[in-house]
Design a protein around this ligand. Sequence first.
Ligand SMILES: N[C@@H](CCC(=O)N[C@@H](CS)C(=O)NCC(=O)O)C(=O)O
Length: 233
Amino acid sequence: MENISSLPSGLADLKGKTVLFYSPGACSLASHIALEETGKPFRPVETLLGKQQHLSENYLAINPRGKVPALVTADGEVLTENTAILTYVALSNPDARLIPTRILDQARCIAQMAWFSNTPHIFQKAKFRPYHFADREEVHGDIREKAATRFWECLIEIDQMIGDQTWIMGQDYTVVDPYAFVFFGWGKSNGLPMETLLNFSRHKDQMLERPAVRTVLEREQNPHFQTYLAALR
Ligand SMILES: N[C@@H](CCC(=O)N[C@@H](CS)C(=O)NCC(=O)O)C(=O)O
């Protein structure tokens, strides 16, 4: 597995093939799966949050915000934010059918992904990093508690939006599905009773049946899905 520490610095050397910078278990999983679903070759480059590699000089030259994911196109252009990367991957690979063709339906996918990015993701962040939301340590416990409750409510909302549909947006698989899958994994690792969310659990099982999803989970050695993968082996 290629790691950012072994890359020469600067973007110039990255031209020629799409590159994805990801960290195992992070929200970058969504973009990682979407790229794998296209069936086209790309370079996945591990950028370990746990080793602070997202704050290395090499990575900050690519994404000065120091967040994963970041995508570098074959032309050497950088794109950040899951919502943008997922939309770009889907629209630039129409044969992979990862987004509806009707513009209004495409906008609905973007709306759903924007909510993932600005709501459940932020509650998960607040649960683990309350110091980003308040300086006074005495309120961090309160922030953690409220964020955990609100994160769980988001998972319930995702379960309800799936309902008896096959995928998040309806009959067809879209890039919205791997993004939702990220939150299932986080919920599981948070120790939440994910099995009680029947629709979301079915969605997770369907995701695990997809070859691209299995390939990426194995490549990442994604910590949130190891028990499910072990049961499938
Ligand atoms: N809104 C961004 C969020 C990116 C983000 O916060 N990524 C996290 C990993 S899940 C990260 O890189 N965290 C590193 C840090 O905050 O230090 C997106 O959806 O791409």
